[in-house]
Design a binder for this molecule. Structure first.
Ligand code: SAM
Length: 265
């Protein structure tokens, strides 16, 4: 039984890290006039309200995106800031885009999104979010199946250029062990795909064996980690990690900029 709901965590510092990098990469890939695939294994509902009781209860967005914006981390022409502005203009000031809506906002009509979400209510929310996209928008499909199984079956996707985001909730501890062989298999079959895995930096570092296995299986990958203060006393998340395969040219400079910003927290 899945109990994770991203609404409690939307807009937290981990989302700021993951979504800022995702937006930067999609914007970069979209500069070339060739269609893209966007594949996401754990999509969530795509649109969150930061004034919902669940979001207010944890205070994670207040300690996340609200702090980043108050400090001017993202200029108005940064792709993450552009998406935030467009989504708020359409859905209200308290709206926050999840990764599928962020991607749908940056992608073009010739691009294609293939998303998986296992939780029925989150999936219904995602389908409603995408059905409300103003035209023109990329083609999209939401699969009601395990995201890793969906991704395994579809790689290499058509179009071949593109990105896969893997953003599990790590509710099931076995997920950590499954990810390195999964990403290595995806990379073998989709050598040109940009792969982006997110993982939490938790007290006790349960991600450490996964990272060692990833670095052994995909040594060319780029690891980027940031740390931040706990969103509330006792919160176990101490930071956010990304492991990227085939990172686009120029991303390292943006990652260095983000490292500098997170270091000021
Ligand atoms: N990527 C989203 C974003 O950044 O806006 C957040 C996704 S949230 C961390 C993880 C999602 O994965 C949850 O909505 C959960 O219901 C879903 N989920 C959990 N196990 C899954 C599985 N095996 N396959 C597909 N989705 C799953």
């Amino acid at each position: 039984m899945l109990s994770y709901q991203h609404l409690y965590h939307a807009g937290n510092m981990a989302d700021v890290h993951k979504h800022a990098v995702l937006a930067w990469v999609l914007d970069y890939l979209g500069r070339k006039d060739k269609p893209l695939s966007y594949v996401e294994t754990h999509a969530g509902r795509g649109l969150y309200r930061l004034d919902a009781a669940q979001a207010l209860k944890t205070g994670e967005a207040a300690a996340g995106i609200a702090v980043a914006e108050a400090r001017g981390w993202f200029a108005s022409d940064h792709p993450y800031a552009r998406v935030l502005a467009l989504v708020r203009a359409r859905a209200g000031a308290a709206a926050y885009p999840g990764s599928p809506l962020l991607a749908a906002t940056l992608l073009r009509p010739g691009d294609r999104m293939q998303l998986a979400e296992l939780h029925p209510a989150e999936r219904a929310g995602l389908e409603a979010t995408l059905a409300a996209l103003p035209a023109p928008h990329p083609r999209w499909r939401v699969a009601a199946e395990d995201g890793l199984a969906m991704a395994r079956a579809l790689v290499p996707p058509e179009p071949r250029r593109g990105l896969m985001l893997v953003d599990p909730s790590y509710e099931v501890k076995a997920e950590y062990a499954a990810l390195p062989p999964f990403l290595a298999a995806v990379h073998r079959r989709w050598g040109v795909g940009v792969l982006m895995l997110w993982y939490p930096l938790l007290e006790g570092a349960p991600h450490a064996p996964m990272l060692a296995a990833l670095e052994a299986a995909l040594p060319q990958g780029l690891r980027h980690e940031v740390r931040f203060p706990p969103a509330r006393p006792g919160h176990r998340m101490r930071g956010s990690g990304l492991y990227l395969v085939n990172p686009p040219w120029g991303l390292e400079a943006e990652l260095a900029r983000l490292s500098g910003l997170f270091a000021t927290l």
